[in-house]
Design a protein around this ligand. Structure first.
Ligand SMILES: Cc1ncc(COP(=O)(O)O)c(C=O)c1O
Length: 369
């Protein structure tokens, strides 16, 4: 059994780095007794709006709930169809299912993002929203997607859970569609110490509706004109995220530098690397390579103490929960081929250059065997 020397993620290193200034913040929240709502939430929402360049933002309790609330606010209802890719984390699809709508899957391109040409083929009179997923922190082709949205008058809800701080043609992730939905799950680049998420929009009515939905539907105290949910971000999480937001730029820059080291060393190998296009600014939530020898490479790296991951080994249309949708193996050629080739390498901000060099050396060694 190999001992992991380079973990895929390192939350203990983050705690060591941050505890001297996180502990007083945690202490403040506990001594104030304010665990729900309050200044920290408003400060977080204002920080997010300035960071992403959006008019409004709503702090919520998860990325999944931001998708559910976003879909409801767009007026998507039981029986409607929502177009989305099948190669995401299950929450993109489950949010559609939970409001009674039907996910309509559309295959992806080499960059793992939804194929705009195939979207047009999937549109019907029941299509009420398009949900691209900016997988790995790389934004989907929003130029083409916005053209389709305007042509058919179908709103876009961006699953931007993995892409805080990413840009496409200089515009921030989450600001293209009607709503942008984000996760602050502990494994994300901007991470809470538990579940948390948020949503951005420029639409005042959507903002108002989601603020109500997250708090039982209360319009004002004791008055509910529409039943809602409990989907508030904890004050404690908002306080932690406000501190971590100050470091986000550094986190993203470090991940980008790590990516550069990978690109330089691995560019001549028979691997598909996630090279950044000139109009992209990727935040590298994950660094995913594609190779036909994925399983052997994963084992070899593990034997050498390097932990990797696969995002995601089973496409959503092939999950048992999707059987009622009647998709089959072979329905989405690229998604299924990628599921056997993708490998996520460590890219987190606590890696030393020597760690990435070691990983590169081992990958080069593997391809020489
Ligand atoms: C693409 C994508 N969508 C949605 C989610 C759901 O976010 P959360 O775990 O905060 O509910 C995630 C989180 O893992 C995700 O990666």
């Amino acid at each position: 059994m190999s001992k992991i020397q380079i973990p895929y993620i390192n939350l203990s290193a983050q705690w060591e780095e941050e505890k001297s200034f996180l502990l007083p913040v945690i202490n403040d929240v506990f001594s104030s007794g304010q665990f729900i709502g309050g200044d920290a939430i408003e400060e977080f929402e204002s920080n997010i709006s300035s960071l992403c360049n959006s008019k409004y933002s709503v702090a919520l309790n998860s990325g999944t709930d931001s998708l559910v609330c976003g879909l409801i606010a767009l007026g998507v209802k039981r029986g409607d169809e929502v177009i989305t890719p099948p190669n995401s984390f299950v929450a993109s699809t489950s949010s559609i299912v939970h409001i009674g709508a039907k996910p309509i899957f559309v295959d992806v391109l080499d960059d793992q993002n939804i194929d705009p040409i195939k979207i047009e083929e999937a549109i019907t009179h029941k299509t009420k929203a398009i949900m691209p997923v900016h997988l790995t922190g790389r934004i989907a082709n929003m130029t083409e997607l916005m053209k389709i949205s305007r042509k058919y008058n179908i709103p876009i809800i961006e699953d931007a859970a993995q892409s805080i701080g990413s840009k496409y043609k200089g515009k921030f992730s989450g600001t293209f569609g009607e709503v942008g939905c984000f996760s602050a799950h502990p494994l994300k680049n901007l991470n809470a110490c538990g579940d948390a998420g948020f949503l951005i929009t420029d639409n005042f009515e959507i903002w108002k509706k989601i603020r109500k939905l997250r708090n039982h539907g209360f319009e004002k105290r004791n008055v509910v004109d529409e039943f809602g949910y409990v989907s508030r971000m904890d004050t404690l999480q908002a306080s932690i995220l406000n501190l971590r937001l100050k470091k986000l730029e550094n986190v993203i820059n470090k991940r980008r530098r790590n990516a550069e080291i990978y690109f330089e060393a691995l560019k001549k190998l028979p691997i598909l690397l996630p090279f950044e296009k000139p109009h992209e600014f990727n935040s590298y939530h994950t660094f995913v390579i594609q190779t036909d020898k994925r399983d052997q490479l994963k084992d070899f790296l593990f034997q050498n103490g390097i932990e990797t991951a696969i995002h995601y080994p089973v496409p959503i249309h092939l999950q048992p929960a999707s059987s009622y949708l009647r998709y089959k193996k072979g329905s989405f050629k690229n998604t299924e081929a990628q599921a056997n080739k993708i490998l996520t390498l460590p890219i987190h901000q606590f890696l030393e250059n020597s760690d990435i060099n070691f990983i590169n050396d081992k990958i080069i060694e593997f391809f020489k065997l």
